[in-house]
Design a protein around this ligand. Structure first.
Ligand code: HAM
Length: 428
């Protein structure tokens, strides 16, 4: 027996209601970002594996455990697990710095990570993101965080909280890393196996561990704030001052570490309500990565950005999927009426009316039943009698007492278009 094909673990089909909700959220994001003069960036879903290994970093979960990597005709490739590395690649490759001093991009699309699937955590997920290149000051960090907070509020997501941290520049980070290793090394035995490994190659991530044992050890670890250089501190204080002035609430989180290696200075996350989001309660993650462009052989251009999980935003929103637009249903009775029905839907659609047609040749009763169940506003019936008399019968379905009228076939499409535009009882 043949086994039916199944969707890949951690990936999902979106049927029209969910796909509509996804598109609506993406459209809201597009509008928000375009209003802030960000331009859309579309990069391929497949990149060279080395792009992610070098930017996201070895020793990170994404690169070590989750990346969908494959060889194709002698090249090591990967499905993108995130958008920043690709944006930087495109920025450097297209020499964007020669075209404009500041580049502001937004993007939306699927990302791939072989994570353990659970609520709000998938292997193919949809990210909404943005990256700004060419502005080193804390003003852009504040602008983007404030923009995001407004975006979440407009989506109706109320219980969200901005967590703000800093990791300093490369020099600060190096000094802090050394201090952390000095503190943790004598306590290695108290750490879990995973953290013991991390102590070798990515000690900062131990700060983010969920294990109670690790948390106990980490509670008294040195704090980044004691190691910040003057310039790093000025950046962080500047950002806080601006957010305070904007009235954008945040909490400073000294233990904030992000699962990607490229960050410098500002780190932030926006968390939603864990009661509805469970473990996947981070709606947005982002920060500054001032060294990444130069590390790829590009100019010394600072950058800042974020990524937001679209599915998580939908869960946090908790809204009903948006309704399909209202539509009319063309019902041909009998074979002769099919041709005319096809012409009529073409005319209707040309006039901007959403029109469905059932060409299977069922009975009037069944066609009405289907139109009613699908939520059509009007049914346009074409039977033998209508063909002979050159008319179309129009039945109003959603009205309190459904009525039936007739219009001449020649004027049917215009009549329906005008009728749907007029404020009437047919509004959904
Ligand atoms: P990230 O924190 O890895 O950062 O991901 C950003 C967001 O994507 C998360 O906060 C979460 O909402 C969503 N997300 C991540 N993994 C999954 C998953 N497996 N299933 C569902 N949603 C997920 C980045 O990707 C950085 N590129 C963000 C950035 C841009 N930093 C600077 N610029």
């Amino acid at each position: 027996m043949v086994t039916a094909p199944r969707v890949v673990k951690g990936m999902h089909d979106l049927l029209p209601p969910e796909a509509r909700a996804t598109s609506a959220l993406e459209a809201a994001f597009r509008a928000c970002m375009e209003r802030a003069r960000f331009g859309e960036l579309r990069t391929p879903y497949v990149e060279q594996l080395s792009l992610f290994v070098r930017s996201v970093g070895t020793g990170t979960d994404i690169v070590d455990k989750e990346i969908y990597a494959f060889d194709y005709r002698g090249e090591s490739l990967a499905l993108r697990p995130e958008g920043t590395a690709s944006a930087v690649r495109a920025y450097v490759e297209q020499q964007m710095h020669t075209r404009e001093a500041v580049s502001r991009f937004w993007y939306a699309g699927p990302m791939f990570r072989g994570e353990r699937p659970q609520k709000g955590r998938y292997r193919q997920f949809y990210q909404l993101g943005a990256e700004v290149f060419g502005d080193a000051g804390p003003g852009v960090d504040a602008e983007v965080i404030d923009l995001l907070v407004g975006f979440l509020r407009d989506l109706g997501i109320r219980d969200s909280a901005v967590h703000l941290g800093t990791i300093g520049g490369r020099e600060t980070r190096g000094r802090y890393r050394d201090a952390l290793v000095d503190y943790l090394t004598p306590r290695t035995a108290e750490l879990g196996a995973e953290s013991q490994k991390r102590l070798q190659h990515n000690p900062l991530r131990i700060l983010d561990s969920k294990s109670p044992d690790d948390r106990r050890v980490v509670a008294d670890a040195p704090r980044i704030s004691e190691y910040l250089s003057e310039a790093d501190r000025a950046h962080f204080d500047g950002l806080r001052r601006l957010l305070d002035k904007l009235g954008t609430p945040y909490t400073v989180d000294e233990r904030l570490v992000r699962g990607l290696d490229y960050y410098t200075r500002t780190l932030f996350e926006i968390k939603g309500a864990s009661e509805i989001l469970g473990a996947g309660d981070t709606l947005v993650g982002g920060g500054r990565y001032d060294d990444l462009v130069a590390s790829w052989g590009g100019p010394d251009v600072p950058a800042f950005g974020f990524g937001a999980g679209l599915e998580r935003l939908l869960i946090a929103q908790g809204a009903e999927p948006p309704k399909a637009p209202r539509f009319v249903f063309v019902a041909p009775l009998g074979e002769r009426a099919q041709e005319d029905a096809l012409l009529l839907v073409r005319e209707l659609r040309h006039l901007g009316v959403t029109a469905d047609v059932d060409l299977r040749g069922g009975s009037a009763k069944n066609l009405f039943k289907r139109a009613d169940r699908d939520g059509a506003t009007l049914v346009l019936l074409i039977g033998e009698r209508e063909l002979e008399q050159g008319v179309v019968a129009i039945k109003e379905l959603q009205a309190e007492s459904p009525t039936q009228t007739e219009v001449s076939r020649a004027e049917a499409a215009l009549h329906v278009a005008a009728r749907l535009q007029a404020p009437s009882a047919e509004s959904p």
